[in-house]
Ligand binder design. Structure first.
Ligand code: GLN
Length: 381
């Protein structure tokens, strides 16, 4: 063996792969990794097929199929009021994760500090570290996981280059409120701090709440990479298509990396999604679609000994199991999968210091019968 110095010595296999593999090995109901157990729309599949038959089978332009970039620009202006130039400010990516990695690698230099809020989606920190950046994490607490902005202020110094935000939030299902935006705006004003805003659950927001996209606030928009995905909203996570929007000066750097990381993304799927986006009901209807699932799952779980945490957005429902056992969440989630046949994600996996509040995350992007079956099993825990 040739000696190799690991670039990520502390990093193991992502919890999503671990828990999905365990679920499939055990034949457990998989409410761990976030994906639908029903198919995406037949019309969308027909549109992919049509694009293939029409011969859209060669490389897309490096930044993405123009028709799709135009639809994204229209949607963003309509929903959030920001005008992005599809030519220079929008790039189609191989899913949200690639967009996040690319944005971080485009601007983070050795010793730059990046503030993240934990629990944090597990791809943020490794990307920062690979670039030689320093992760400054602020741990948030259940049940509301609110950001204490005075603590953020204390983390900011000359080396702070970026703040990573995620709303609606994975895994906690919380959202940023207008007060958070005001605090954030005041903090970054007159500072050279960029924002990476992971908004892949933008349309999955409930109870009349507003999605506070960075695109709504010109001062924030001017310093932000906004990342979104088509996998979650269109129930097609396997297609791995998402996008990034940023002002041209940032997108220019983004594309320098993107062109050599993936060059371009799956062409026929981009044509199909561009068509699909023409009907706004295809994304505006998602909140109601998932609210029903959320309410159904929550109602079922109320009969269990799990305590439901709030769920304002995303398709995840977290629960506290303090009333059941003191076991570590990593052990308990494995036991629930093995003994009761339901796989979940232990939320400590999203804390760098292994903080364990005894919380599990379940994905409710599932058919009603799957949710009912899972609830029947979870009631027995
Ligand atoms: N976003 C999905 C989740 O939270 C997983 C994505 C992945 O597996 N990389 O479950």
């Amino acid at each position: 063996m040739i000696p190799v110095v690991s670039k990520l010595p502390q990093t193991g296999t992502t919890i999503f792969t671990v828990m999905s593999a365990l679920a499939s090995e055990l034949g457990a109901i998989n409410l761990s990794q976030g994906f639908a157990d029903y198919d995406c729309s037949p019309e969308l599949i027909a549109l992919v097929n049509k694009a293939m038959k029409e011969g859209h089978n060669q490389y897309a332009p490096m930044a993405g199929v123009m028709a799709l970039r135009e639809r994204i620009a229209e949607k963003t202006e309509k929903l959030y009021g920001a005008v992005y130039n599809p030519e220079t400010e929008i790039t189609i990516t191989a899913g949200g994760t690639q967009a996040i990695f690319t944005a971080i690698s485009a601007v983070i230099h050795p010793n730059d500090e990046v503030i993240i809020f934990e629990p944090a989606f597990d791809c943020y920190a490794p990307a920062i570290k690979l670039m030689g950046g320093v992760v400054k994490s602020l741990a948030l607490e259940p049940p509301n996981y609110r950001i204490a902005w005075d603590m953020v202020k204390r983390l900011i110094n000359q080396k702070t280059k970026m703040i990573i935000l995620n709303s609606p939030h994975n895994p906690t299902a919380t959202i940023l409120h207008k007060e958070d935006i005001d605090e954030l705006s005041a903090l970054v004003k007159n500072q050279d701090i960029l924002i990476l805003s992971d908004e892949v659950y933008e349309h999955l927001i409930y109870d009349g709440e507003t999605h506070h996209s960075m695109a709504r606030y010109p001062d924030l928009q001017q310093r932000s990479f906004i990342v979104a995905s088509f996998g979650k909203p269109f129930h097609a996570t396997g297609w791995k298509v998402g996008y990034c929007m940023a002002p041209a000066y940032l997108m220019n750097e983004f594309r320098k990396i993107h062109q050599f990381l993936v060059f371009a993304v799956n062409t026929p799927i981009q044509y199909a999604i561009a068509e699909h986006l023409k009907n706004e009901e295809n994304y505006l209807g998602l909140a109601e679609f998932f609210r029903e699932k959320r309410d159904h799952f929550r109602k079922g779980l109320e009969q269990s000994r799990f305590k439901l945490l709030p769920c304002s957005g995303s398709y995840f429902q977290s629960v506290s199991y303090r009333a059941i056992t003191d076991e570590k969440d990593a052990d308990f989630s494995i036991r629930v999968a093995k003994e009761f046949g339901v796989a979940s994600i232990p939320v400590s996996a999203f804390y760098s210091k292994g903080i364990d509040h005894h919380v599990l995350r379940f994905c409710f992007a599932k058919r009603q019968e799957t949710l009912d079956k899972a609830v029947d099993r979870l009631i027995r825990v």
